[in-house]
Design a protein around this ligand. Structure first.
Ligand code: ADP
Length: 449
């Protein structure tokens, strides 16, 4: 069942139940009050008859009864055996068929007769002709009550319809009003999935209700999806472009070997070296791409001594590069809560960059500042221009492609470093002057639990 039908059905049904309940209560309450009123009046009249019968000995009882006969009414006197003591006094023959019996107590009731309709009946014991107890039955046909109830029925029916019809129309309008933006949202979603577009909902100047909020959230979601999708696209195209270069070089050397390898053994040796180095480069690139993807996974934290870890990495660089790298710190130990292998990776990237892009001494300053550890990697190398500074943390961004190629750079190192720092709740910043040198500052929270 459609939402629109559901809303309409629900509102109409609730209204119908309410109207029926209210109107039925009004109808029966009115009936009871009026019927009680009629009975009360008839009771007063009956009492008057009884009084007159008791006090007037001179006038014949039959005459008294005839005098008190109500309009549209009937009077009967019934003896203990259930027989009429005098013929029924009435102007309407239809009363003759009305059932009767002897009662020794007073009864007030409204009965329904097939021909007469509603009839009020008062039954009261009397002393008949000064000796026998008999039952006086005074009845009156409730002509006005029946008519009034009929009129009331039609009035209430008309009132119910005049409430129900606008309710149905209002339900229809309400469902349309609520469903219009939902339908629009569904259509926009369909366009986005079927046609691969990034369609947003037009937000006009209307009240900021929940539907407006839903549309705004949808637009924000589409915007975010588009940004992520485009980033992903750029990443994939950059990655494939980066992989293409070593592949085409390998292919070139393979063709060279095929053409001249046999006759020129020196070509063979050179080509194998080049193929090996390009394969190594591809390996490095793939490893870094995997790192980028892996670093996004949940990381586990442990206690890591930043001082000893930095010393260990620097020692391994010193051993393999024969370069001067020194640590400057007043601390013997500085324990932080971090992921050891990621921090190792981060230090490795920053120190190897400093090595790649400078020839002089490299200094690493480690300081504790309140709840943060600050590591500054200072080199006196090529430096970075102001325009390049904005981009160096972007994936695949390399300032001098020819130079980084010879130094084995992929343009992913700083992007990985930044990602790790952010995952640890820290950050990396850089200050640099072209041809003077660069300072990369890594800040990490200490966070002891
Ligand atoms: P790469 O693998 O090319 O070094 P990175 O992401 O680590 O990639 O660095 C991006 C670019 O930033 C490098 O290509 C390089 O031009 C520049 N860069 C990084 N570190 C330094 C530094 N210490 N001195 C000068 N330039 C640097």
């Amino acid at each position: 069942m459609k939402l629109k039908t559901k809303i309409q059905l629900f509102t109409s049904l609730v209204m119908l139940i309410l109207v029926v309940l209210v109107n039925t209560s009004i109808y029966f309450l009115f009936y009871k009050i009026t019927a009680d009123n009629e009975l009360e009046q008839l009771s007063v009249q009956t009492n008057a008859i009884v009084e007159t019968l008791n006090t007037n000995d001179e006038i014949a009882e039959k005459e008294v009864l005839r005098a008190f006969l109500p309009v549209n009414g009937m009077i009967r006197v019934i003896d203990k055996t259930g027989e009429e003591l005098i013929p029924t006094i009435t102007k309407k023959k239809d009363y003759l068929n009305l059932s009767y019996k002897y009662f020794d107590s007073e009864v007030h009731e409204i009965i329904t007769d097939d021909i007469l309709g509603k009839v009020a009946v008062i039954t009261k014991p009397i002393i008949w002709e000064g000796e026998n107890i008999a039952t006086l039955q005074v009845s009156v046909q409730l002509v006005t009550l029946s008519e009034t109830m009929k009129t009331l029925f039609y009035v209430l029916l008309a009132a119910s319809l005049s409430v129900l019809i606008p309710t149905v129309i209002a339900g229809n309008l309400l469902s349309r009003f609520i469903l219009r933006p939902i339908k629009l949202l569904i259509n926009t979603m369909k366009r986005n999935t079927k046609q691969g577009e990034w369609v947003k909902i037009k937000l006009d100047n209307r009240s900021k209700d929940e539907i407006f909020e839903m549309e705004m959230t949808f637009n924000e979601m589409i915007e975010q999806l588009q940004i992520n999708y485009e980033k992903q696209e750029v990443f994939v195209s950059d990655a494939s472009h980066e992989l293409k270069t070593p592949i085409s070089i390998i292919k070139g050397y393979a063709q060279l070997i095929e053409r001249r390898g046999e006759s020129h053994p020196e070509v063979l040796a050179e080509s194998v070296r080049a193929i090996d180095s390009e394969a190594e480069r591809m390996n490095q690139l793939v490893e870094q791409l995997l790192l980028l993807a892996k670093n996004k996974e949940d990381i586990t934290f442990e206690k890591v001594d930043v001082i000893s870890l930095s010393e260990k990495i620097i020692k391994s660089f010193r051993d393999t590069n024969d370069r001067e790298i020194c640590i400057e710190t007043d601390l013997d130990e500085l324990i932080i809560s971090a992921n050891r292998s990621q921090i190792e990776q981060l230090l490795y990237i920053l120190i190897s960059n400093a090595l790649k892009y400078s020839d002089e001494v490299i200094k690493v300053f480690i300081r504790k500042q309140a709840e943060t550890v600050s590591l500054r990697f200072v080199d006196r190398g090529v430096g970075i221009s102001k325009t390049d500074l904005e981009h160096i943390f972007h994936r695949f961004y390399r300032i001098d492609k020819a130079r980084t190629r010879s130094t084995g750079g992929t343009g992913l190192g700083l992007a990985i470093a930044k990602q790790i720092a952010l995952a640890h709740g820290g950050n990396i910043s850089v200050e640099s002057i072209l041809d003077v040198g660069s300072t990369f500052t890594l800040k990490l929270p200490i966070k002891h639990d």
